[in-house]
Design a protein. Structure first.
Length: 664
């Protein structure tokens, strides 16, 4: 029977996304575990406060490049990040394999639905697109890869808990042998998007209180969670001729088995583990005495490790090195077996036997088997890889190092990825109502420019904007769109305003408050604005006092807050009205733009507004009653609205040509 090989591999593991980085991680004497990243909605304290929440986590799991796969940003937001990760890994693995042609089977191990939990929590308050169902379904994690890449073939998602990805690789191998497909993508993914797995494992007493995974050590006190994924390209021996190179490893043999009845569904059966390992080596046609190393399941739990140690000791000869990648990366759940395979491929490539951390006091049940504590030179040819699922499914593969050099293939540098988390609330929008009707220009109800700024800040969930431009007034309902770091306010297909997200919160100190200058009564201010065609209803008439001098103006403004807004448009518009104190003309002007807007607080209570410069380039500081700066605007500018310039006569000299008279 033709041999099946692993011809390419793509992975994202804690601390490593390529072979050289993983070699460094596995060679180090410290695990890749840390506290949960800030982008995870984990509980502050797990169910059992004594349990550590450390884990091997990936960074920026919500980042994705939807354009690469022909997806919209909205569809990508409502797609399980595990599905996104599988897409990225599948595409990269095929690229590293040189994009071989032929029908493609997809076999992926996936066993958790954290994304469902996040979606359910939002459905009552956030309108979800119709594509949400395809983004949530677990079977689509496998089917999406073949569909998106336009590669027909069977798509199978495997859930056998911790054994899922190794089972998936075994099934892919069998499908290739049976002729169900010409190529296969196989592996697994797992991302801890919520704290639920921590709570469940904590309740079961499986998590390590110390936060350290010590497989097969006397001090082992539980597992440490991890996450990531790995996908492999599997092909028949003939693929080596087509590619002009050998595989990363041959799958010499493999077997699946199950525990049967034990004391409880999650209690392992050492005898069943022995049987599946012996069956895999028999399938390879090799005695277990030929085994050069075993990448064990090794979770660091007392019950599981003792059972596995006894089965390993019964199957493999004394002196066989035993290891577990979980000591470095944590337990990757459904992707655990795939991570173990990647480690084995690294061993073959670098001829290195990697240490299993924290196992310098091995359990007696290991007998004569040994657990390396430092990197060793490894010229071994055959390695057994085990995955024993929570619930009784057992898998074991025999991997064989190929002859000659090992090539991992090349992958192009990925393009920029967008941060696309699930929306936590409905997309912000401006809805016509009393606020709109209370603000008119030349008889037309228009949203003030302040409403666009509020929408941009609310939708961007940031405190600062830069490059703000108002293009046209909003007459009705407006929505917010985002492309990268650019936010746009749209009224239908019309662009009304835009700005870029900014993280620059540093602002210059405000000038001192002034009591001198020329006073301008608020009723006079609003009367002058009405005379120019701009009418402010009572809610917008919030300036209580205004004084001005050359290049400056100060105003006292009655602030306003509302749960609906981060900065109430009426209060923000009143802050902008202070710029009218800089103008000495009698023409109507509307906001044109601002270089920066920085929100440092809300606009409630009595505000003091200080503005300097000129109407075409003003700086604005707004301070609350305690003297704290709550808003800073830099480079604020006003302009005459289109079609209104005729209301402000300006005489400009021009050259006059002599008229040419024509006869009649």
């Amino acid at each position: 029977m033709t041999r099946i090989g692993l011809f390419a591999c793509a992975f994202r593991l804690p601390g490593a996304d390529h072979q050289r980085a993983l070699h460094a991680v596995l060679s180090a004497q410290s695990p890749q575990t840390q506290a949960a990243p800030p982008d995870r909605p984990f509980p502050e304290v797990p169910l059992n406060p004594a349990v550590s929440r450390a884990g091997g986590f990936l960074e920026r799991v919500w980042d994705f490049d939807p354009a690469r796969f022909g997806l919209s940003e909205e569809d990508a937001r409502w797609m399980d990040p595990q599905q996104r990760l599988a897409l990225e890994l599948g595409a990269e693995a095929l690229e590293r394999a040189g994009h071989p042609t032929g029908s493609l089977g997809v076999f992926l191990g996936v066993s958790h639905d954290d994304f469902h939990e996040l979606v359910r929590a939002r459905l009552d308050r956030v309108p979800a697109p119709t594509s949400t169902i395809t983004g949530c379904l677990r079977n689509l994690i496998g089917a999406r890869v073949g569909w998106q890449l336009d590669r027909p073939g069977p798509a199978v998602v495997v859930d056998s808990a911790c054994a899922s990805s190794l089972v998936a690789i075994h099934l892919a191998r069998r499908a290739l042998e049976a002729g169900d497909c010409e190529l296969a993508l196989a592996g697994g993914v797992y991302l801890a998007l919520t704290g639920t797995p921590f709570r469940v494992m904590s309740r079961a007493g499986a998590l390590s209180p110390s936060g350290v995974c010590r497989p097969f050590d006397e001090r082992a006190d539980g597992l440490v969670m991890g996450e990531g994924g790995a996908v492999f390209v599997l092909g028949r021996e003939s693929l080596a001729d087509r590619l002009g190179r050998g595989p990363l490893a041959w799958i010499a043999g493999g077997a699946l088995g199950g525990d049967g009845r034990t004391r409880a569904p999650v209690v392992p059966n050492p005898k069943a583990q022995m049987e599946v390992m012996r069956a895999a080596w028999a399938d390879a046609g090799r005695p277990t005495t030929d085994c050069d190393a075993v990448e064990a399941h090794g979770t660091g739990t007392r019950l599981g490790d003792l059972a596995e140690a006894s089965s390993l000791c019964a199957v493999f000869p004394s002196g066989t090195p035993i290891g577990s990648v979980k000591s470095q990366l944590g337990h990757l759940m459904s992707a655990a077996g795939a991570a173990a395979v990647v480690k084995t491929l690294c061993s073959f490539t670098n001829r290195a036997l990697y240490p299993s951390l924290g196992a310098d006091r091995p359990v007696a049940a290991l007998g004569g088997l040994r657990v390396p504590q430092a990197v060793e030179v490894f010229d071994g040819k055959l390695v057994g890889v085990s995955s024993f699922g929570f619930g009784g499914t057992n898998a074991h593969l025999v991997l064989e190092r190929p002859e000659g050099p090992i090539h991992w293939g090349e992958a192009s540098t990925p393009g920029p990825r967008l941060h696309l988390p699930l929306p936590d609330r409905a997309p912000p929008r401006l809805t016509p109502g009393p606020l709109l009707q209370a603000h008119t220009v030349q008889g037309r109800a228009l949203w003030p420019g302040a409403a666009s700024v509020e929408l941009l800040l609310r939708g961007g969930e940031v405190r600062a904007l830069e490059g703000l431009r108002w293009w046209r007034p909003i007459t009705g309902e407006a929505d917010l769109t985002q492309e990268g770091d650019t936010l746009r306010v749209m009224e239908g297909e019309r662009l009304c305003a835009e700005a870029r997200l900014s993280e620059a919160l540093q602002v210059p100190p405000p000038p001192p408050w002034r009591e001198d200058g020329e006073p301008l009564a608020p009723e006079t201010l609003y009367a002058e604005l009405r005379a120019l065609g701009m009418h402010h209803g009572p809610i917008y008439q919030r300036v209580r006092a205004l004084r001005r001098g050359p290049g400056w103006a100060v105003a006292e403004v009655e602030g306003l807050t509302s749960p609906e807004f981060v900065l109430h448009p009426a209060a923000l518009d009143a802050v902008f009205q202070a710029v009218a104190g800089l103008s000495e003309g009698s023409s109507l002007r509307i906001p044109a733009g601002a270089r920066r807007v920085v929100r440092l607080g809300d606009l409630g209570g009595r505000l003091r507004v200080i503005t300097t410069g000129r109407p075409e380039d003003a700086a604005i500081w707004a301070l609350n009653e305690d003297g704290q700066l709550v808003l800073y605007v830099e480079g604020f500018s006003l302009r005459a609205p289109p079609g209104v310039r005729a209301f402000a006569p300006v005489w400009t000299p021009i050259d006059v040509e002599e008229p040419q008279h024509r006869g009649i």
